[in-house]
Design a protein around this ligand. Structure first.
Ligand code: PAF
Length: 293
């Protein structure tokens, strides 16, 4: 797939999925294949990769109209810390520019009312996909995946996509969404897009913007630690990697080796495993993961 595509076409902006739906009915009277990229905005090149992957797939479809649509919605129900929600970065103008360059046909900034017609629930409906929702992020951020699954279900219902694109940076979220799709959206295909990293290895994330210059210099040590464990998953190596992060000023929430598909731990073959970490650096929470292959 050629991901270098740059198109001169402007991305259409909508404030409601209902307006976007009316618009695509006018643009494609026989319907279009929908390629959907859900986001919370504050977009970076990692998001651009999701859109470029969707664009390349759309452009490879011959004889049928396609629509690459992106949503930007900061979902309140997936934040388990009020401060994190209140300070989540918002850069709508830059986002639209990035989306035009990456080749999105449309972007929807849905209202709270459209996403939560009955009002935002104080507590999202619980979701239990076993270890997928209970381990790692599920354990550290109670209720997080309840909010993610609830909002992604609504987004899928509103966009009715044929393909949906998610980043491997949020590997556990990707696994949870795959399970949602397997259970409830059988004709939808989930496309996983590799993590985009800065030159020093730090995984791109909207939260990186909150790191001070000094902490930004330390942050790549997280990726270094993951690579050390991926090369040698023995418990002593995991412990040493944790200690070295802590000595550098990271607060380690978890640094764990688990099965890539189910996230279960236990004795495994090297090629089936990934290393997952969540840390805090000066109050900024960073997550990352790498394969052990
Ligand atoms: O990955 C994200 O940005 C969010 O969790 C998602 C999938 C858009 C749901 O709010």
């Amino acid at each position: 797939m050629d991901l270098g595509v740059k198109r001169g076409k402007k991305t259409l902006k909508f404030e409601r999925f209902s307006d976007w739906r009316t618009d695509i009915q006018l643009r494609y009277s026989d319907g279009a294949k929908v390629l959907f990229v859900p986001t919370m905005g504050a977009l970076h090149q990692g998001h651009a990769d999701l859109v470029r992957t969707a664009r390349a797939l759309a452009d490879s479809i011959v004889g049928e109209p396609t629509e690459v649509v992106v949503s930007i919605f900061i979902n309140p129900t997936q934040f388990n810390e009020e401060q994190d929600f209140a300070t989540y970065p918002m850069t709508p103008d830059e986002d639209v520019q990035l989306l035009s360059e990456a080749g999105a046909d449309a972007v929807v900034f849905p209202t709270l009312e459209e996403m939560y017609p009955g009002g935002v629930p104080l507590v999202a409906e619980p979701v239990d996909y076993g270890t997928l929702t209970a381990s790692l992020e599920g354990e550290m951020r109670p209720g997080h995946f309840d909010g993610v699954v609830g909002v992604v279900r609504t987004l899928f219902e509103l966009t009715q996509p044929h393909w949906a694109f998610f980043g491997e940076k949020d590997w556990q979220q990707l696994a949870v969404i795959r399970q949602l799709v397997a259970l409830e959206f059988e004709s939808l295909e989930v496309v996983a897009v590799p993590t985009r990293r800065e030159q020093d290895g730090l995984a791109m994330s909207s939260r990186n913007q909150r790191l001070s210059a000094e902490l930004r210099m330390l942050a790549p040590q997280l990726h270094d630690a993951l690579l050390r464990v991926a090369a040698d998953t023995r418990p002593a190596v995991v412990e040493a990697a944790k200690k070295s992060l802590e000595a550098a000023g990271f607060e380690v929430e978890y640094l764990s080796v688990a099965r890539a598909d189910t996230l279960e731990s236990g004795p495994l073959h090297q090629e089936e495993m990934r290393v997952f970490a969540a840390v805090r650096l000066g109050g900024v929470r960073l997550i990352d993961n790498v394969s052990c292959m």
